[in-house]
Design a protein around this ligand. Structure first.
Ligand code: ADP
Length: 235
């Protein structure tokens, strides 16, 4: 069986001044796959998310979405090619209802795709759709962030530390939700510090250190890998 690569990142370099935050990172992700992106603080995870989603332009390498080269497109255009992300600090419009926020995202995403009608159900927000966003609790706001990203009909969705600050039952709900999203053929790249959460969720993890990939594979092998252990334990 050949799986389609919806995302192909090839040798991406991103510098801030003279400092290379990403130093030749490559990554391929196939349709509906769930990949974990891990590594110590400052290793370049968020920079990679920003470079792929188009928030930052890169200084070398290329980004292809669904086979199309989007390396030089800005973020709002890349959304139309099927990539989106959640934010570590969710930024919905607080005075709008849940449904209005999702509608707005759908408009932003070019008003296409079949996910629109299932977004509230998939993210467990159906019963909260008329609530004003500012009245939601943290876990609900995170679900809304996921719903807004999903409403743009992504093929590739970066989920950036959505697990932080959630209790075990909320975490297990989140994992279930993400599994449901991947079944809709959306590839998920989950940036997360919580290894247990990733172990239950991902088929593959990519470990970054100092802007370079040092491991790619199954999480059980990652936690036995000498280099990965050294990076995480500072050995
Ligand atoms: P992570 O998400 O893995 O914690 P980041 O991608 O946020 O790491 O950061 C990687 C490195 O790039 C860090 O050293 C960080 O200080 C630096 N960096 C990230 N964004 C900027 C920026 N806008 N300007 C300057 N340096 C940055």
């Amino acid at each position: 069986m050949t799986l389609t690569n919806v995302l192909e990142v090839d040798g991406v370099v991103k510098s801030f001044g003279g400092f290379k935050a990403l130093n030749g990172v490559s990554l391929k992700v196939s349709q509906g796959e769930i990949v974990g992106l891990v590594g110590p603080n400052g290793c370049g995870k968020t920079t990679l998310v920003n470079v792929v989603s188009g928030i930052y332009s890169c200084d070398g390498g290329s980004v292809r979405l669904g086979g199309k080269d989007v390396t030089h497109l800005p973020a709002h255009k890349r959304v139309l090619f099927g990539v989106n992300r959640t934010f570590q600090v969710p930024k919905p419009f607080k005075d709008m209802t849940v449904q209005e926020n999702v509608e707005l995202a759908w408009n932003f995403g070019g008003r296409h795709g079949s996910l629109r009608d299932s977004v509230l159900g998939t993210t467990g927000l159906e019963d909260l759709k008329d609530r004003v966003t500012s009245t939601l609790n943290t876990a609900q706001q995170k679900r809304l962030d996921l719903a807004r990203a999903l409403a743009t009909n992504p093929q590739v969705l970066f989920v950036d530390e959505l697990g932080a600050g959630l209790n075990p039952s909320e975490l297990s709900d989140l994992a279930e939700m993400l599994r449901g999203i991947s079944k809709l053929n959306v590839a998920l790249i989950v940036v997360e510090h919580l290894m247990g959460f990733l172990e239950a969720l991902t088929t593959r993890v990519v470990v970054l250190e100092a802007g370079k990939e040092i491991f790619e594979g199954n999480i059980k092998d990652a936690i036995r890998d000498k280099k990965v252990v050294e990076v995480f334990l500072g050995g």
